[in-house]
Design a protein around this ligand. Structure first.
Ligand SMILES: Cc1cc2nc3c(=O)[nH]c(=O)nc-3n(C[C@H](O)[C@H](O)[C@H](O)COP(=O)(O)O)c2cc1C
Length: 436
């Protein structure tokens, strides 16, 4: 098996793990840069390709029709804007890519294209956008909509958004900058073009008012796994963050994505799929299993069940309040209007099991690896060999103990087996991503 890629999922520039063991001073310091700088440097030491920063701009109140649970536990809120964090992180690191989330309902294409170019300059070619359509009504309402657009329509809008942003990044020809001090000629105006983009949702004249950054186009990531989500990725993205819980599911995503990429005339080798996973490490396998059991006990405790029900309410796009159901009866299988792939996974056995049984069953947010560093490294290698590539998105934590376990325990074990990169020899994020 060859080398695979690693990225870290940071659940937003947000408060999390602010209580419980090893919470450190997260509750008061989450908004300061230090934790994220330390995280970035740890991941770079470990050989990660990227830090991925999730974002959503709302305080959820679907669960129990109230913000109470959200604010009581600090779930996905409060959350700062991740964009200004990006150059702070890149300035304190040298190689790792930084991906920040941009929503197609929050950013006009011109604003996004200019921001993306600016961040690509500031990171010296290490920036990526995670392009999302936003999940819930509350986000849409914060940006002027009465309710969120239907799933299919918002993906149609996202396709158009990507076309407009791409046109702006391409509005400067590669050799438009002349920089001739004698002439003088800074830029050749015949090589900078208005785009006159006019679609159903967006209109922009162009050209982009700044020079594209070192990558010309930041790395584009996409995380929806429904048909329209996959199509958006196949047309525009460099990488996909995919949710699949079995080797068969992962193989299906790869085969389907490669088919879609080819149908758009793209080379599947130029596209990377990272599968979401969670890692539970210990001194040895038994210790790891005990640690996993402790975390599972928390996940299925009364507070844990509330958090899971909260998450389902959010992932339904704010369509279903899971506080309304009897835990000891089955629930209807309603995919809603949010994260349809996530809901499909969460509701897989909705018809046959009670809600409590479903929530107490195995975690459905990707693949679980449990064991000592060395045995998880072996498991990760075996699964990747079976699936065929391209890597993992580790659902991370802001608990420093977890960060150290992965950066200083698992990563060296992976490296000893030749499964992850041994340093970085390329320049930009995209070059590193496509190096193998
Ligand atoms: C790993 C992962 C990360 C995601 N990150 C974000 C995010 O930061 N912000 C957001 O609004 N949606 C996020 N989403 C939601 C997706 O972008 C997508 O809108 C959602 O999963 C619905 O897509 P689907 O129905 O095509 O699966 C994420 C989903 C996954 C699986």
């Amino acid at each position: 098996m060859g080398v695979f890629h690693l990225a870290w999922f940071l659940n937003g520039y947000s408060v999390s793990h602010w209580h419980g063991s090893y919470a450190g001073i997260n509750k008061s310091e989450w908004a300061r840069p230090d934790l994220y700088v330390d995280l970035t440097q740890s991941l770079e030491r470990a050989g990660f390709d990227a830090l991925f920063i999730e974002d959503t701009a709302m305080i959820e109140d679907t669960y129990g029709s109230s913000m109470e649970t959200t604010l009581k536990y600090g779930i996905m809120a409060p959350k700062n804007d991740p964009m200004p964090l990006v150059p702070l992180l890149s300035y304190q690191s040298r190689h790792i890519g930084i991906i920040s989330t941009v929503s197609t309902i929050q950013y006009h294409p011109f604003l996004a294209a200019r921001l993306g170019a600016t961040l690509d300059h500031l990171t010296e070619g290490r920036f990526g956008f995670n392009v999302v359509t936003s999940v819930s009504h509350r986000v849409a309402q914060n940006f002027g909509y009465d309710a969120h657009l239907a799933h299919a329509e918002r993906y149609a809008m996202a396709q158009e958004w990507m076309d407009a942003v791409t046109a702006l990044w391409e509005s400067w020809e590669p050799d438009a900058l002349v920089l001739d001090e004698e002439a003088p000629l800074f830029a050749d105006h015949t090589k900078v073009h208005p785009v006159h983009f006019e679609g159903k949702y967006f209109k922009t004249r162009g050209p982009l008012s700044t020079v594209p950054g070192p990558q010309r186009r930041p790395v584009i990531a996409q995380a929806g796994s429904s048909g329209p989500g996959r199509d958006l990725a196949a047309r525009h993205a460099d990488m996909m963050l995919a949710l699949a819980n079995t080797p068969e599911g992962m193989k299906e995503v790869r085969a389907d994505m490669h088919r879609r990429l080819r149908s758009y005339g793209r080379d599947p080798g130029q596209f990377k799929i990272l599968f979401m996973c969670q890692v539970y490490l210990g001194e040895d396998d038994e210790d790891a299993r005990a640690g996993h059991a402790r975390e599972e006990a928390v996940r299925t405790s009364p507070e844990g069940l509330i958090r899971q029900l909260w998450t389902m309410s959010y992932a339904s796009g704010g369509e279903v309040d899971y506080a309304q159901y009897d835990l000891d009866a089955p629930v209807p299988s309603i995919l809603g209007n949010g994260e349809t792939t996530t809901m499909k996974a969460l509701l897989a056995d909705a018809g046959t099991r009670t809600l409590r049984d479903m929530l107490s069953g195995p975690n459905k947010y990707g693949y679980d690896f449990i064991g000592s560093s060395d045995s998880v490294a072996a498991q990760m290698g075996e699964l990747m060999a079976e699936v065929g590539g391209d890597g993992y998105l580790i659902f991370g934590s802001t608990r420093r103990t977890k960060i150290a376990e992965i950066a200083d325990g698992l990563a060296p074990a992976l490296r000893r087996r030749g499964l992850i990169r041994d340093g970085y020899d390329r320049g930009t994020f995209r070059e590193n991503l496509l190096a193998f």
